[in-house]
Ligand binder design. Structure first.
Ligand SMILES: [Zn+2]
Length: 255
């Protein structure tokens, strides 16, 4: 006779404690879980940096105050190549998880390319100007530190390399994957402009948990996608950009 009430109590206890162990509320770019509310969405406070951080990304890169640091570009070397891709709609963007030997050297440190993804419109601004899209290449060093290469995208010629992904249908639904073999995938070494100046600054992830200590490398030369390619992406994601954050006392370098 005692078994039943005890079981009920146990179930009640488990239910009562569930919220403590549940994951953070799903963040988004609009409504109640928009960027202004990110810091409060995780009960454990793991997203606090989104509000309290002073070295956050993205930022509006001012043209006038950029400090010119010569030889900085000589310390940047990108070695990307054709690699198999797992393209996924993760609910926030279209992200291509990359395998293979794609590395980047910056200031004597080696990073490995983990994934790339897109935002529309751009997250960074150049002298107050926003672009239709922005591409982020997320690279990680063996000590865990992150370097994100960013390229702004304007409307122009069809991008024949990225067409390899676009033509395979951008995964429309959250959780949907498209696999691209090495032969089907774009040559990752041919997407970024071969010659470009860059902006360098220390910032953060632009999505929760907004972790700081991220090295940013921004290409000044723009990538181009055709109007059709841009609208194809925007039919899946539009408005997946975090607003610009305060620069505060940060130095922005330019080569
Ligand atoms: Zn991003």
């Amino acid at each position: 006779m005692l078994v039943k009430p005890i079981r009920l109590k146990l179930i009640a206890c488990v239910l009562a404690t569930l919220p403590l162990y549940s994951a953070a509320s799903e963040w988004s770019y609009s409504g109640h879980n928009s960027p202004d509310h990110w810091a409060g969405l995780d009960a454990n406070g793991d997203y606090a940096t989104c509000a309290k951080g002073t070295h956050q990304s993205p930022i509006d890169i001012p043209s006038t105050s950029a400090t010119h640091v010569k030889a900085a570009s000589a310390s940047l070397s990108i070695n990307y190549q054709r690699s198999p891709l797992d393209v996924v709609n993760n609910g926030h963007s279209i992200q291509a998880n990359v395998t293979g030997d794609n590395s980047l050297q910056f200031q004597g440190k080696t990073y490995k390319l983990v994934q790339f993804h897109f935002h529309s419109p751009s997250e960074h601004l150049y002298s107050g100007k926003r672009f239709p899209m922005e591409m982020h290449w997320v690279n990680q060093a063996s000590d865990g530190s992150l370097l994100v290469v960013a390229a702004m995208i304007k409307s122009g010629d069809k991008n024949t390399q990225l067409e390899h992904i676009w033509s395979k249908m951008l995964p429309q639904k959250k959780g949907a994957h498209v696999q691209l073999s090495q032969e089907q995938a774009p040559d990752l070494g041919k997407i970024l402009p071969s010659s470009s100046k860059h902006f360098f600054y220390k910032g953060s992830l632009t999505t929760p948990p907004c972790t700081e200590g991220v090295q940013w490398v921004l290409f000044e030369k723009l990538l181009e996608l055709s109007p059709d390619q841009i609208s194809a992406f925007q039919s899946v994601f539009t408005g997946n950009n975090r607003p610009a954050e305060a620069i505060n006392q940060r130095e922005i370098d330019e080569d």
